[in-house]
Design a protein around this ligand. Structure first.
Ligand SMILES: [Zn+2]
Ligand SMILES: [Zn+2]
Length: 346
């Protein structure tokens, strides 16, 4: 099969590799649609010790397609089924799984290899996180389940109430999906960003109430405040960039009694500082949420199938497999939200 193999930072190759035959419980999926993701871009630029432990490795983790082959003892899907699978599944046995904190599972083996014509899905993911698609749901849309599952998790745990004012800095695909889901919760949503393609998507995809172009207004704190009752500040302030200086900045946008959600993961070892007086006497809740669980993966599929989250609006362009390197570069240059990759496209 044709595939993209990852050899190290800035080093990927378009190659012919054998299809890995399915072992017990495993499923080979014929990939019909895959998506580029910010995590892949990070991995492409500087490697990823958690995601890719040895090289060469498959690359890409958001996909949907047909079940091509099944190993022994696969119960939940059969050859020909149209499916989507997550990039991990909890083990069910470790300290965290026993406490139902599945996203923190100590054995979350992350799956890579979506940028290929076929992907062999490990048994645990088949069993816990492989779902059959509704007949009328396209592979292109279904491939969004994994990134959306992260965001559904983030939004559900934030406990956003109707009528609250939610402000988000960072409008990559994750920030945009967060904004959309906050709108669906009945919140007033204001977003801030600087990339023109993404600012447009904030309107057309996320349908937010207010958009701040940071190129014109470099201090979102003031504008966020102007947007709230009595200029008290945001009920919920969300960081979707993953930079320590923005973490510090979003803290200054929340009102006393509000919640700050640091949703963008920073480079490992990053440090931030906050005013403890504002936090303690202001009764401010600080939180972070990482990854997804089987429950949120299912909710993401329902959101997409219902048509309430029009994920297809986040696709900048459709590309064949051999264009992955170009796609990564376009992301680095800020020229794309997400690329749809079609491994069978000529
Ligand atoms: Zn992703
Ligand atoms: Zn576990």
């Amino acid at each position: 099969m044709k595939s993209i193999q990852y050899y190290g930072p800035m080093n990927i190759k378009y190659e012919d590799v054998p299809i890995k035959p399915p072992q017990e419980g495993e499923v080979v999926v014929k990939v019909m649609s895959a998506l580029t993701c910010g995590t892949d871009v990070k991995t492409f630029r500087r490697g990823h010790p958690v995601l890719i432990k040895s090289t060469p490795s498959g690359f890409g983790h958001e996909f949907a397609g047909y079940v091509e082959k099944v190993g022994r003892n696969v119960m939940n899907v059969k050859v020909g089924d149209r499916v989507v699978a997550a990039n991990s599944a909890p083990c069910g046995k470790c300290f965290y799984c026993k406490r139902e904190e599945y996203n923190l599972c100590e054995n979350l083996d992350l799956l890579n290899g979506a940028y290929a014509q076929y992907i062999t899905v490990p048994s645990r993911i088949v069993e816990k996180n492989m779902l059959i698609l509704p007949n009328d749901l396209s592979f292109d849309k279904a491939a969004f389940c994994e990134p959306l599952a992260n965001v559904v998790h983030g939004v559900e745990r934030t406990d956003i109430k109707e009528g609250q004012t939610v402000g988000i800095i960072g409008i990559g695909p994750i920030g945009l999906m967060f904004a959309r889901l906050a709108k669906l919760k009945g919140a007033r949503v204001i977003v801030a960003g600087r990339n023109p393609i993404k600012l447009k998507a904030a309107e057309e995809f996320a349908h937010v109430d207010e958009i701040v172009d940071l190129k014109k207004y470099p201090n979102p704190e003031m504008i966020f405040k102007d947007f709230t009752e009595e200029r008290k500040g945001l009920d919920v302030a969300v960081e979707c960039v993953g930079l320590p200086e923005i973490w510090e900045r979003i803290f200054n946008c929340v009102r006393p009694g509000g919640t700050v959600h640091f949703f963008g993961g920073c480079k490992s070892g990053s440090k931030v500082s906050f005013d403890t007086t504002k936090m303690h006497y202001g009764d401010i809740k600080l939180m972070s949420v990482f990854h997804h669980t089987p429950k949120y993966f299912r909710m993401a599929l329902n959101h997409i199938a219902s048509g309430k989250v029009e994920v297809e609006k986040l696709i900048t362009d459709t590309l064949p497999l051999e264009k992955i390197e170009y796609a990564m570069q376009q992301h680095i240059d800020g020229k794309a939200i997400k690329f749809l990759i079609k491994p069978w496209m000529e």
